[in-house]
Design a protein around this ligand. Structure first.
Ligand SMILES: NC(=O)c1ccc[n+]([C@@H]2O[C@H](COP(=O)([O-])OP(=O)(O)OC[C@H]3O[C@@H](n4cnc5c(N)ncnc54)[C@H](OP(=O)(O)O)[C@@H]3O)[C@@H](O)[C@H]2O)c1
Length: 333
């Protein structure tokens, strides 16, 4: 197999920080897997909003990661590095990577590879890792969401939101969500949200309280920050958990700490990309055990909004920037 590998590949690079037009096709050497890594012949690569931030210069790759954007891929294992157990050349897998996904070949740590769930296409499989790992570690590990508890997810129609709604409701939680249009709200309800709140003309704090007998929700997953911080605290029940994964509405907020103390609120935040392989391996194990069977049973499926050819990555970024999508945007290779 190694003998049949080309020495160069087409990839998409960021020619300079800027708008979608700075994403340009280029020729790069096919990367070599190091110890504990595999080389994947990429069939599809998911797009995530952090890729847009990287493109504009606001989210540089962590040390050692490829400068090529792309945090998740699906395809076939082309070669194995040293010391890889349990994977074979030819295996069809999906992988979480710290960069390098927008390319014909991509290296991934073996523990971050998962089998493509039975019944899913490569496009669907490529849409899984970044949002499923992120939602798992924030909502269930850090947020400790339990069956019977309630979750408020902001940005319900996003890649993250569509994942969180499905996962939390499949695992027995009540889900409320916010989204920016009636069409997006409708999609969120179809995915399992008990109530989707159009944040442009409804008050999520009031609705969260009304639907929980005045108590509030147990967990909030927020990507907005800014003016939402205090309102999230208001929407939470005693012992509630507020989990931050982004701050699209601003990183700074003035907060009244009294309700944080009186309700014993835990505020947490995390970024997945720089975490070590061992940390991501643990999430991969939990996903394979708990979530992959739900996908194979047809209870959860990634929502694919649109696919683009690899060369058209700039169009895919323009679409995500327009925020008219519902679910995931995926590149096909
Ligand atoms: N921390 C981590 O480890 C991690 C990992 C992955 C992703 N993320 C972050 O998670 C977020 C979602 O990522 P994605 O790839 O799923 O992006 P995406 O599909 O582009 O979603 C962004 C969403 O934000 C919503 N939004 C913006 N302002 C809002 C507001 N005021 N209230 C409610 N919703 C609002 C948009 O909906 P409307 O257009 O309807 O407002 C859209 O659905 C991004 O900010 C990304 O950086 C963090």
């Amino acid at each position: 197999m190694t003998g049949s590998l080309p020495s160069t590949m087409t990839a998409i690079e960021i020619s300079e920080p800027g708008g979608p037009e700075v994403l340009v096709p280029c020729e790069r050497p096919v990367p070599s897997p190091g110890p504990g890594e595999v080389l994947i012949e990429v069939a599809a690569a998911g797009i995530n909003r952090p890729d847009l931030l990287q493109r504009t210069g606001g989210y540089p790759p962590p040390p050692g990661a490829s400068d090529i954007p792309g945090l998740e891929v699906a395809g076939r294992i082309a070669t194995l590095g040293a010391d890889v157990d349990g994977l074979e050349v030819g295996d069809e897998i999906t992988a979480l990577v710290a960069g390098g996904g927008y390319a014909e070949y991509c290296v991934a740590p073996a523990p971050q590879c998962l089998p493509i769930p039975k019944g899913l296409s490569v496009v669907q499989a490529a849409a899984l890792p970044e949002t499923f790992f992120t939602v798992w570690t924030n909502v269930f590990d850090r947020g400790g969401l339990q069956p019977g508890e309630s979750l408020l997810v902001h940005g319900g129609s996003s890649g993250i939101g569509t994942t969180a709604i499905q996962l939390a409701s499949a695992l027995g939680a009540r889900v409320l969500t916010t989204a920016g249009s009636a069409e997006k709200c409708q999609a969120c309800v179809e995915l399992g949200a008990e109530r989707a709140i159009n944040y442009r003309d409804e008050d999520f704090v009031q609705i969260a309280k009304d639907l929980t007998g005045g108590k509030g929700v147990n967990v909030v997953l927020d990507m907005v920050g800014g003016s939402y911080v205090q309102r999230n605290i208001s929407a939470l029940a005693p012992d509630g958990r507020l989990c931050y994964i982004a701050f699209l509405g601003g990183s700074k907020a003035e907060v009244n700490l009294a309700p944080v103390m009186l309700k014993r609120i835990t505020i947490s935040g995390s970024t997945l990309r720089p975490r070590p392989v061992a940390f991501k391996a643990e999430i991969a194990g939990n996903l394979q055990k708990t979530v992959w069977p739900l996908i194979e049973a047809g209870k959860i499926a990634p929502v694919i909004h649109k696919t683009f050819a690899l060369r058209d990555a700039s169009q895919a970024h323009s679409l995500m920037e327009s925020s008219t999508h519902i679910g995931k945007i995926v590149l096909t290779v």
